[in-house]
Design a protein around this ligand. Structure first.
Ligand code: SF4
Length: 334
């Protein structure tokens, strides 16, 4: 994104108090931008939080020293692969798994030495659902425990006193993946479900059947706040799943964000979403149901009943009884 456009966007968001946080990611690597550090600092100067997600392929000396010194409010190391086999699926052309992990370790080491207190989260992807692409993804609890032990041993070599405060490894519950496992003050590990970018990257043998009814918390979420995404060229959409910007809500290169957000197209999608109607084909596919083509059977979003109940409980804690019942109703209908 052009530097002037990026600064204009940040200015507007800050002046009109439209958000508290700007996340630097959208299916892209922020460190590819020549001014990412300057922009993150600018976000901070404008009184907003900057959160940076990186795929970690560019964690070289120069970037590491920038990253530990800029005022970020959060950082995510999107490692995802726990082994060389899974790493192949990332199709990183210029780096092998060993060098990749060395870059991640080197960053974590510098982060601790710099006494930077930006919360750091290391993401790993699991392959627990039937339709997970990539057989080498994490499949069981022991593999998660091995990852936590690996990081614990690594951190122990750097700062044994702090690591010993966490004298036991956190318990891993694969039925409830939406938890951060703290391994060091300010550092956590997060095991996530392998997602298919809302049905757009399904492995062979599966298909999605679109749905025109549903709930989307990215479009409307009064409790946790909905999202709004601006792509590199100024085009806008509601979420990071629509990484190509197919919703085409409007381009902020020539218009204000406010104008686009309250414009006809974005307002119509929001108004319909209020009535649980999903109008755009990308969204209908996202809210659709995945089927195994051969057997014709639906693929569950959840590993088992236990994980479904835990997810329901998490939703209830965040949104209350009425919203949970509504969500459950949509899930049953799907
Ligand atoms: S693609 Fe549409 S329905 Fe899916 S999360 Fe994004 S905005 Fe919501």
């Amino acid at each position: 994104m052009d530097l002037d456009l990026a600064k204009r966007i940040i200015n507007e968001l800050s002046e009109k108090d439209m958000t508290r946080s700007i996340d630097f990611h959208l299916m892209g690597e922020p460190m590819l931008h020549p001014h990412y550090a300057e922009l993150a600092t600018y976000v901070h100067e404008k009184g907003l939080n900057a959160v940076l997600y990186t795929n970690c392929t560019l964690l070289n000396k120069k970037n590491i020293s920038k990253l530990v010194s800029i005022p970020l409010s959060g950082m995510v190391l999107s490692v995802q692969s726990s082994n060389a086999g899974a790493f192949i699926n990332r199709r990183a052309r210029n780096i092998n798994f060993e060098d990749y992990i060395k870059g991640v370790e080197s960053f974590v080491h510098s982060w601790i030495n710099s006494r930077n207190r930006t919360p750091l989260s290391i993401y790993y992807m699991t392959g627990l659902q039937d339709n997970s692409p990539g057989k080498e993804l994490i499949k069981n609890r022991q593999e998660c425990i091995d990852i936590l032990s690996y990081w614990r041993d690594f951190l122990h070599k750097i700062d044994p006193d702090s690591v010993e405060k966490y004298h036991f490894l956190p318990k891993v519950n694969l039925n409830n993946l939406w938890s951060q496992y703290m391994i060091y003050p300010g550092i956590s590990v997060f095991f996530k479900y392998c997602h298919t970018w809302d049905g757009q990257m399904l492995p062979a043998g599966y298909q999605v059947r679109p749905n025109s009814r549903g709930i989307c918390k990215e479009i409307i979420d009064r409790i946790k706040m909905s999202s709004f995404a601006i792509l590199w060229n100024g085009e806008t959409t509601y979420c990071c799943s629509d990484y190509d910007g197919s919703l085409e809500l409007g381009n902020v290169s020539g218009r204000s964000i406010e104008d686009v957000y309250f414009g006809d197209k974005a307002s119509h999608i929001r108004d319909m979403a209020e009535k649980e109607k999903i109008v755009h084909p990308t969204c209908q596919s996202c809210r659709g149901r995945v089927y195994d083509i051969k057997s014709g059977k639906k693929v569950s979003d959840y590993k088992n009943w236990n994980s479904l109940l835990l997810a329901g409980f998490g939703y209830y804690k965040a949104y209350g009884v009425y919203a949970t019942l509504k969500k459950a109703w949509f899930y049953i209908r799907k």
